[in-house]
Ligand binder design. Structure first.
Ligand code: BG6
Length: 509
């Protein structure tokens, strides 16, 4: 039965009530994501009393593990990755919520046994038949797990008051046809209102704050349009490479699929969307999807001239991408991508959105920089002084989270010299409370059935449409060629060539 999403995106974490009790069924409990992100996030929610005491977690895997093996694995994950340092007593209490279930995809009787076990849990722990199925498995297993859940009848809520939800990790498909096929498989078993597609960037405090910044204040929104904005630059840079363990996955993805299709297009959508009718999940996603659909797919010529792809070389202390574990020695996978896109609607027509992302770059940082048009009058040049007049808005997603506006000020003294200065809001100085991790927000919202921070099926498809046009250009025409870049830089020099005007460039970060 479709659920109603009435709560606002901005309220869930401030609600004092615990999430309703349920059984979390975590497929992929023996994997990296469970240990690095999901278990630590659940631990912090439990610690801060956001998790109902009756909520239980069934860790599902193919391996022959026991409850004890799972407890050791979860404990290690929480100790190493939790935001709050765990005390033994709270950790033990948390571990007592976890049980292990061996369920193999080709063993329908093991799905049936899982169902029996869940029914027993409903009676014993009072979880009322509510279930949150979490797919933290490799993407090729998403559809088969969903099909088995449906075949066992686990897709349907156990009673009228209960909920059944499906949380799906990324990547959601590897192009438009596969994303559509996966949506179709899921929709045979679950209503869209039951489906929560993860993009962990949407759970970041600073990303959620983009909506507050734009729509809770009256002074910024009037200037965020083609009349005032010259260009928008979105960067997600990382210093890490493949970290020994990510090569096999990354070979199937590359920077475009790994970061641009999801996180970066979501940042673009939140920065450029119109005000939603209200702050409920459907209204926000309606506006995001309109923006994503307003990005015209690129023609092969545009791909050749408006995109850059690169691969990192070795440094003194780290191998080149092609020498990473599980990476082909002649791999053509891009570890850096930069693209110029346009949002062709009344508000943004003609304003370029530059997106760039890469591994092994100079600094770990995610930022959105809005560059405003130059002040046309040039008063101060005429007075024989330095020329200013370009203002920037910086939304610092991470680290050093905050928002800054740069503008020109007069340098004190007799001469009329101008210098850019900044008005800066830093989360760290304005708020003292610790910031919850993205996964904490997302899990809590999924428990509450709040969908705003999750990606809807039409959003995923709209972003693949754009991505596919770039991939097609790269694969069919091999243009632009894959170029190499030195680690510790901001990527290949070719990325500066995306700016048509030689005086324009990537804003220094
Ligand atoms: C993930 C990508 O979605 O995001 C990774 O698969 C990337 O390759 C990560 O490292 C970056 O996330 P964050 O939160 O560290 O910016």
């Amino acid at each position: 039965m479709p659920e109603q999403h009435r709560r606002s995106v901005l309220n869930v974490f401030s609600e004092t009530s615990e999430a309703p009790p349920c059984a979390v069924v975590l497929f992929g409990a023996t994997g990296d994501l469970a240990a690095h992100k999901i278990a630590p996030a659940l631990y912090n929610l439990a610690l801060e009393s956001y998790l109902d005491p009756h909520t239980i977690i069934i860790g599902v895997g193919r391996r022959d593990w026991t409850d004890q093996t799972l407890h050791d694995y979860v404990a290690k994950g929480v100790r190493e990755h939790s935001r709050a340092r765990p005390e033994d007593s709270t950790l033990n209490e948390f571990l007592s919520r976890w049980q292990y279930a061996r369920v193999r995809l080709d063993a329908p009787d093991e799905f049936a046994a899982l169902k029996d076990r869940l029914e027993q849990i409903d009676t014993r722990r009072g979880t009322c038949g509510s279930r949150l199925f979490y797919l933290a498995v490799a993407p090729r297993f998403f559809a088969p797990v969903v099909e088995q859940l449906a075949a066992t009848g686990l897709n349907r809520p156990a009673c009228e008051r209960a909920f059944t939800r499906l949380v799906v990790e990324k990547p959601f498909g590897r192009d438009l046809p596969t994303a559509r096929a996966l949506n179709a498989t899921i929709h045979k078993a679950f209503d869209e209102s039951q489906v929560f597609r993860i993009d962990h960037y949407l759970g970041k405090e600073t990303v959620r704050n983009i909506l507050v910044f734009r729509f809770a204040n009256s002074i910024f929104e009037p200037i965020l349009n083609r009349q005032y904005v010259d260009n928008v630059q979105i960067t997600t840079a990382e210093t890490v490479g493949m970290e020994e363990r990510r090569g096999a996955y990354y070979e199937t993805a590359g920077a475009l699929r790994d970061m641009v299709q999801n996180h970066m297009l979501q940042l673009l959508a939140l920065t450029s969307m119109e005000a939603p009718r209200s702050m409920d999940g459907e209204s926000i996603r309606d506006e995001k999807v309109k923006v994503l659909r307003s990005i015209p797919p690129l023609t092969p010529d545009q791909v050749a001239n408006s995109t850059v792809r690169g691969q990192y070389l070795s440094s003194d202390d780290a191998p080149a991408y092609r020498r990473e574990k599980n990476v082909a020695s002649d791999s053509r996978t891009e570890t850096y991508a930069a693209v110029k896109l346009y949002v062709e609607n009344r508000r943004w027509s003609g304003v370029p959105f530059y997106l760039r992302t890469g591994k092994r770059l100079r600094r770990k940082t995610s930022q959105i920089v809005v560059e405003f048009k130059r002040e046309p009058t040039n008063f101060f040049t005429e007075a024989g002084c330095d020329m200013g007049g370009v203002n920037h808005l910086h939304l610092r997603i991470q680290p050093d989270e905050g928002i800054a506006i740069s503008f020109d000020a007069k340098v004190p003294g007799e001469r009329m010299l101008l210098r850019p200065v900044q008005m800066d809001f830093a989360y760290g100085s304005s708020f003292s409370s610790a910031t919850p991790e993205a996964y904490e927000h997302l899990l809590l919202d999924a428990f509450h059935g709040e969908s705003s921070l999750f990606v809807r099926s039409d959003e995923v498809e709209a972003s693949w449409r754009v991505l596919d046009s770039i991939r097609r250009g790269w694969d069919d025409t091999h243009s632009p060629p894959l170029v190499e870049y030195a680690p510790g830089t901001w990527g290949p020099d070719e990325a500066d060539g995306l700016f048509a005007d030689p005086y324009k460039k990537w804003h220094p970060l």
